[in-house]
Ligand binder design. Sequence first.
Ligand SMILES: NC(=O)c1ccc[n+]([C@@H]2O[C@H](COP(=O)([O-])OP(=O)(O)OC[C@H]3O[C@@H](n4cnc5c(N)ncnc54)[C@H](O)[C@@H]3O)[C@@H](O)[C@H]2O)c1
Length: 324
Amino acid sequence: MSDHVLITGAGGFIGSQLVDRFLKAGLVVSGIDNFARGSKHHLSQALNNDRFHLFEADLKDSSILPEVLDRVMQNGKIATVWHLAANSNIGAGAENPELDLENTFLSTFHLLSAMRRFGLRSIAFASSSAVYGKQDALISESTGPLLPISNYGAMKLASEAIISAAVESFLERAWIFRFPNVVGPRATHGVIYDLMRKLARTTSELEVLGDGEQRKQFLHSSELLDAMEVVQQKARDAINVFNIGTADEGAKVSYIAEAVVKRVAPGTSIRYTGSAPAWVGDVPKFRFSIDKIAGLGWQPSMTSQQAVERAIDEIHLEMSETCS
Ligand SMILES: NC(=O)c1ccc[n+]([C@@H]2O[C@H](COP(=O)([O-])OP(=O)(O)OC[C@H]3O[C@@H](n4cnc5c(N)ncnc54)[C@H](O)[C@@H]3O)[C@@H](O)[C@H]2O)c1
C-alpha cells in the first residue's frame, strides 16, 4: 500500500493544496475538516481520487476523535499527521478568544491525545510568525522572549509548547513551521482576499485598515508547500522549528491595495482608516531570517511583491469564475 498521511484543515486554503500535492505524489491522503471556514469546492479534484478520504469532524470535540482516527487508520498506518486546522482569523479571535482556544489549542491537544492512543509518532504543525509578537530586528528561530500580541499567536505558541512536551513523552519527531503571510489561490482570508471582496461589493471607494505602511513578507502558497516538504524530508532532529519566508523586505499594504485596484477596478480611490496597527493583534512589520531553512537547500524564487501580484491574478480569476 502507498504511504498514508493525515491532513487536518484539509478543506482550507493551504490544507487543500497540500492534499492535491500529496495525491499527485501518489500518497494515500485522509483529510479532516469541520468546514467552519474551508470549502468542499477546494477538494473537488481530490474527491474524485480514490486515494483521498474525507472525514467531516470537529477536532475540538475530544469525544469523537478516537472513533474518527480509528476510521482514518483503516486506510493504512499514518506516516505523518499534517496539522493545519486552526482558527485562521486573527481579528475574529481578538473579539472571541474561545475561537483560538478551541480551534487552535484544544484541537492540537485533542489530536495529540488521539495520536498517542493510536501510536502515531510524527506531526508536522502549521505555526505562525505571530508567535514572535512585535520584533523590530530580523527574526530568527532563536529570537525571544516569545510574547505574542494576539490570542491567535498565543494559542499557536501554546500548541508548539504542547507538541514539544509530547516529543519528550511519545512523539518520535515534530516539525514546526512558522509561516509568514501566505498568498495564493483558494484564499479564505487575508489582505488580498478582503480587499477584493470589498471591491466586489462596491467600487466607489476602497477602505483599507491602517495607514498602508504595514510591511510584511508574503510567500506564495506553492513555495510554502515546497518549503514544508524540504524541511519534513531533511530535518531529522526530534523537534525541528523553521521560519518559512521570503528573503526580502516584504511588501507594504499600500502596494497591495494599489495593485488590487489596478487589477480589479482601475480608478477606484483608496481610503486608509488611520495609523498602524490596523486591528488588535496586527503586527505592522516583521522580517524573518530564513538562514536556517536555506541551510537545507530551500530558497524562495519569488519576492513578496511578485507573490502578491501572482496571487491577485489567481484570486481575481477564481472570483470571476464564481460570479459567471
Ligand atoms: N494563510 C496564512 O497566511 C497563514 C499564516 C500563518 C499560519 N497559518 C496557519 O496555517 C494553517 C492553514 O491556514 P489557512 O490559511 O489554510 O486557513 P484556513 O482557514 O483556510 O484553513 C483552516 C481549516 O481548518 C478548519 N478547521 C478550523 N477549526 C477546525 C476544527 N475545530 N476541526 C476541524 N477543522 C477545523 C477550517 O474549516 C479550515 O478549512 C492554519 O493553522 C493557520 O493558522 C496560515
